[in-house]
Every structure is written in structure tokens, then in C-alpha cells.
Design a protein around this ligand. Structure first.
Ligand code: PSU
Ligand code: MN
Length: 310
């Protein structure tokens, strides 16, 4: 029997009691993915988007030995301003809980916590993946392994161009993770709506994605689904405009010997600086867009399971 130290916010506890659709949100994007104060502003707007779409947001973080599922406004503020927050993945989640650390959950850790809390749908910006040069560094995000083993559907905007997108897709295919592009035949590439890669799967409605999630459970397949939702057209940054900044950030990371957990936050911060904030504006627009789609998937899943038990 599992006995996870879960602590639900008042709003999430009520949603659980009433069988309402819930969407999980990660906290590493707040502590390590965006600068203050845009990080907390974004977290609040995204939560509001989910409520407006008819679902309930559950931002997940680790504090004082407990998994917080849903943060109260003051808890979110504290987390967003803290400077010594650990970035937690599968490897360090239990240690951080056992030792009372404050920790932000990555995609991998958020999936684990969401699943423990009975939440099936999770919205974020971008997932971790296979880093460029992984053939020598072996730097492959634990997010990919988590997608292969934990049954949560993750809505993201595709992988960032800081990663090796073709290699990321190969690993996902090998590990049996469905990658479903929303409303188009090619994979989106985070800041851009399109990439050169065809999407393995395509869905045109939240209902189809929910049905596929439910079917995986019926088949007893472990692991989740990755939904690749293109950034809204008006917020897109052309790949050509970003390429030199990405190259520069990558070469600085190499020169400065940035490794392991520090790589992704370093690259995101440098690209933010080099684009004078444009990357962040796009990032906010795509997270909000993902939150809306995730809400619709969560609603469709709730409707489907209500229909089944009726
Ligand atoms: N990609 C983004 N924004 C982010 C992250 C990734 O565009 O904030 C964060 C997520 O929390 C993701 C983590 O799970 O970085 C991946 O880190 P790593 O590459 O160290 O596994
Ligand atoms: Mn890594």
C-alpha cells in the first residue's frame, strides 16, 4: 500500500470530493524556468486559465516533507521568490521529502506526484529531452523515462530547439510513448509551430486524446502520452530568429562547463537574456495555450468516466 505524504489545497480537496476535472502543473518552470516576477504572474494566469476553462489547477511542489497538490496564493509567492529551491526529478524526490527540503518538481517528478494524487492530466511548457551532444555527455532527461512508466498525459509545446529533437523522438518511440500532435501533421518545436519532423500521431480534439488515455489504461499499458500542442500563431518566434541565440547559449554552456541539472535552466536563462525577453513572452503564451487544452482533455476524461459508471 502506498502512503505518500500528500497535502491538498482547499480548492483541490473540494474538486476531488466532487469529482471535478483537475489539471496538474509543475513548479520547476516557476523556480528554474522563468525569472521573478514573471514566474509567479504566469503561474497565477495559468491557474486562472484552467479555472476559466472549467477545470481545477493543482500546482505541485515539495515543502516541509509534504507533496503539496495545489498551492495557496501565499505558498506560491514564497516558492517563486525563494532562491534555494531544489530542482527535483525521480532520483531525488524521496530524499528531498525525507529531509524536509523545499523542492520544485520537474515534469518527471510532477508526473509521479500527480499520479499519486489521482490526477491524469498535466500541462507545462516544454519537456526535457535528449540534449545536443548526448552521444558524448549521455545527457538525456529523466522526463522521457517517466513518460514511459507513469500514466499521466502531458500537454507541452514540443521540444525546444536547445534539445536534439530527432533523438528525443527516437527515445520516445523506443520507450513506447505516444507523441500526438494537436491539429497538425508535423511536430511543433516549442517557440515555432512547425519543425521538419512529421508527428507520429495526430489528434484534432480533446475527446480523442482523453479516449486514447483511457484506452491505454484498459490495455494495462504503463506510461503516459505526450501531447505536442503548437504555440498560438500570433506568439510564434521564427526558428531563424532564434537559431543564433540558441547556438550562442549552447556554446557558452560548453565553455563554462555547465552540466547535469544546471544545463536546462542555464540555457533558458541565457536565451531569455539574448532575446531581450522575447523568448519569455512566447513561453507564457504557449503554457497558457497548453493549460486550456489540458483542461479540455481533463473535462473529456471526467465525462467519459462518469458515463462509464452511470
Ligand atoms: N523545458 C522548458 N522549460 C522548463 C523545463 C524544460 O522549456 O522549465 C524544465 C521542466 O521542469 C523539465 C526540466 O522537466 O526543465 C527538465 O530538466 P532536465 O533537462 O535537467 O531533465
Ligand atoms: Mn539532464
Amino acid at each position: 500500500m502506498k502512503n505518500a505524504p500528500l497535502k491538498f489545497s482547499a480548492e483541490v480537496a473540494k474538486a476531488r470530493a466532487n469529482g471535478l476535472p483537475i489539471v496538474a502543473l509543475e513548479s520547476t518552470i516557476i523556480t528554474h524556468g522563468m525569472p521573478y516576477p514573471q514566474n509567479v504572474e504566469t503561474a497565477e494566469i495559468v491557474e486562472a486559465d484552467i479555472r476559466a476553462a472549467g477545470a481545477v489547477p493543482a500546482t505541485i511542489a515539495i515543502m516541509a516533507g509534504q507533496i503539496y497538490v495545489g498551492l495557496e496564493a501565499d505558498e506560491l509567492q514564497t516558492l517563486a521568490q525563494a532562491s534555494d529551491v531544489a530542482k527535483l526529478s525521480r532520483a531525488d524526490l524521496a530524499f528531498a521529502l525525507a529531509t524536509g527540503q523545499t523542492g520544485a518538481t520537474t515534469v518527471a517528478a510532477t508526473m509521479i506526484c500527480a499520479h499519486l494524487a489521482g490526477i491524469s492530466i498535466f500541462a507545462t511548457g516544454g519537456i526535457g529531452g535528449v540534449h545536443r551532444g548526448a552521444e558524448s555527455t549521455f545527457d538525456i532527461s529523466a522526463d522521457l523515462e517517466e513518460l514511459a512508466q507513469t500514466p499521466v498525459t502531458v500537454v507541452a509545446a514540443g521540444a525546444k530547439a536547445i534539445l536534439d529533437l530527432p533523438k528525443t523522438m527516437e527515445v520516445l518511440e523506443t520507450r513506447g510513448v505516444p507523441v500526438i500532435a494537436y491539429g497538425q501533421d508535423v511536430l511543433p518545436a516549442f517557440w515555432s509551430r512547425t519543425s521538419d519532423l512529421p508527428a507520429p500521431l495526430r489528434a484534432d480534439s480533446a475527446k480523442e486524446i482523453a479516449a486514447s488515455h483511457a484506452m491505454r489504461a484498459r490495455l494495462g499499458l504503463p506510461g503516459g502520452q505526450l501531447i505536442a500542442n503548437p504555440i498560438p500563431a500570433e506568439a510564434e518566434i521564427p526558428a531563424n530568429a532564434l537559431r543564433p541565440h540558441i547556438e550562442q547559449a549552447l556554446s557558452e554552456a560548453e565553455t563554462q562547463g555547465i552540466a547535469a541539472k544546471a544545463v536546462t535552466p542555464f540555457l533558458l536563462q541565457r536565451i531569455f537574456e539574448l532575446t531581450e525577453g522575447a523568448s519569455l513572452t512566447a513561453n507564457i503564451a504557449l503554457v497558457r495555450n497548453n493549460a486550456r487544452l489540458a483542461s479540455n482533455i481533463a473535462k473529456a476524461l471526467t465525462l467519459a468516466s462518469a458515463g462509464k459508471s452511470a
